[in-house]
Design a protein around this ligand. Structure first.
Ligand code: NDP
Length: 449
């Protein structure tokens, strides 16, 4: 291994003990860009690797709120403003009990490279809270969001840092956050948050963008290998925003989606998933995938018991992990490969463990890496920002066409770099190489800041 890379990784490891997800994300990127590091010996003197791995700013704060019983609850809020070389900080907010600094830092680090790949002027950030929205009333969600924004507002702005949604944060939460921001600032700064509802400045097709974008990327990747989505069997983990719209777009290309999941288990419907019913369960009733059996008793539900999701035991041509980090383990990768999987597309952030990715690539499975394949969400957020600035809105078709073009360009950049650096077909490396080059060029140009 390159000596400087080795030394920098060790220093980053020592500086960030107890942050396994963050270290995993850093190692994953740095170990695939060694050829660029070899070619740029000046990086050592510039401490380039150490600087990229150190957030420009980390904010943590108290979020006190009152539940429906009058009990005061205290959660912890985070915003990691990681890198602003390409544009204002940009990245979602995650509300989930598992949230901690390591998870927010890994997500923020990934976001730097993802945002660079979009070709749009956005830096990298991420935030969130260990708040659990499950089972909370609308009023509790509103009070929590208001308290969260009462601190966050001083750190964000449409030219400074623009948060959006992620796990547990959808249009409802963005609405409450925006309302509180507007009240505190006494100004209508529409571009301060993205993922807004259409009626007050949101972009058409933003809700669909991450899932649709994943399928556009998959379409291009399959095309490069003489394949199409038509007639392929697809399994998708999760049943949230990304999973639902990946399912919708995959079906529109003639694929048959047979399974979806949530953290409790997965449903398998050999006739193809009834997506309208899933939307009703998830988007309207905020229910569980198990509820699918009420209308489709012929489907099979498998409870999740251990670390590995049962969804990856189902034979499929294309697997789309769209739930959370490290959800697809080496065991699951082996099962998928044994069953002849052709391609894996990462809709979630870092859903495959490093061992799983390495194994899949070794077996010749096509892997669409998260930071490229799920970049459609943030790209469309940037399109939402530009519409807010113009005070003019595009049609659904116009936004979707822009998204399609962006995802196609991202795939082409991954392919070009994979070919240029002698790892054809390895789009994981291709994505990292393309983004790393852009970030290091920008940081070199802007000096030591
Ligand atoms: P949602 O909250 O809409 O849905 C999340 C889904 O994943 C739910 O089905 C949830 O099940 C499941 N899930 C969450 N945590 C776990 C867990 N620990 N174990 C098993 N299942 C879990 O989130 P999104 O669809 O927005 O996000 C999904 C992934 O996509 C995340 O990794 C996110 O970072 C990534 N992403 C999202 C973007 C977006 O635009 N929304 C953009 C780019 C990436 P349950 O209800 O049981 O918790």
């Amino acid at each position: 291994m390159n000596k400087y890379l080795d030394k920098a990784l060790e220093e980053i490891r020592l500086k960030n003990p107890n942050e396994p997800e963050f270290l995993q994300a850093v190692k994953e990127v740095y170990c695939t860009v060694e050829q660029i590091i070899d070619k740029n010996p000046q990086f050592e003197k510039l401490a380039m690797l150490e600087r990229i791995a150190e957030p420009e700013r980390i904010i943590t704060f108290r979020v006190p709120w009152v539940d429906d019983n009058g009990q005061v609850v205290v959660n912890r809020g985070y915003r990691v403003q990681f890198n602003s070389v390409i544009g204002p900080y940009k990245g979602g907010l995650r509300f989930h009990p598992s949230v901690n600094q390591s998870i927010i830092k890994f997500l923020g680090f990934e976001q730097i490279f993802k945002n660079a790949l979009t070709g749009l002027p956005i830096g990298g950030a991420k935030g969130g809270s260990d708040f659990d929205p499950k089972g909370k009333s609308d009023n509790e969600i509103m009070r929590f969001c208001q308290s969260f924004m009462t601190e966050l507002y001083r750190h964000i702005g449409q030219d400074v840092d623009v948060p959006a949604g992620d796990i547990g944060v959808g249009a409802r939460e963005i609405g409450y956050l925006f309302g509180q921001y507007k009240k505190i600032k006494n100004a209508y700064e529409g571009g301060v948050l993205t993922g807004k509802a259409i009626c007050y400045g949101g972009s058409l097709a933003r809700k669909e963008a991450t899932g649709y974008g994943l399928i556009f990327y998959m379409r291009e990747m399959l095309k490069a290998h003489g394949q199409t989505l038509n007639g392929k069997t697809v399994t998708i983990s999760g049943s949230g925003n990304v999973a639902i719209y990946a399912c919708e777009k995959a079906m529109s290309y003639g694929a048959k989606v047979v399974a979806l999941s949530d953290s409790s288990g997965c449903i398998y419907d050999k006739n193809g998933i009834d997506l309208d019913y899933i939307k009703e369960i998830k988007e309207v009733n905020r229910g569980r995938v198990k509820d699918y059996l009420q209308k489709h008793p012929e489907a099979v539900y498998t409870e999740r018991t251990g670390e590995d999701s049962p969804i990856w035991n189902i034979k499929t041509d294309i697997a789309l992990p769209c739930a959370t980090q490290n959800e697809l383990t080496l065991n699951s990768a082996k099962k998928l490969a044994e069953n002849g999987v052709l391609a894996v597309g990462e809709g979630a952030n870092m859903p495959c463990t490093q061992e799983a990715t390495d194994y899949l690539l070794e077996k010749g499975v096509l892997v669409a890496p998260a930071k490229a394949a799920n970049a459609g969400g943030v790209a469309t957020s940037a399109i939402e920002m530009s519409q807010n600035s113009m005070r003019f809105y595009y049609t659904f078709e116009e936004v979707e066409a822009k998204l399609d073009r962006i995802m196609t360009n991202i795939f082409n950049a991954c392919k070009e770099n994979a070919d240029k650096y002698n790892c054809p077909g390895n789009y994981v490396a291709g994505a990292n190489l393309a983004a790393f080059q852009k970030i290091t060029d920008g940081m070199t140009a802007q000096g030591v800041v």
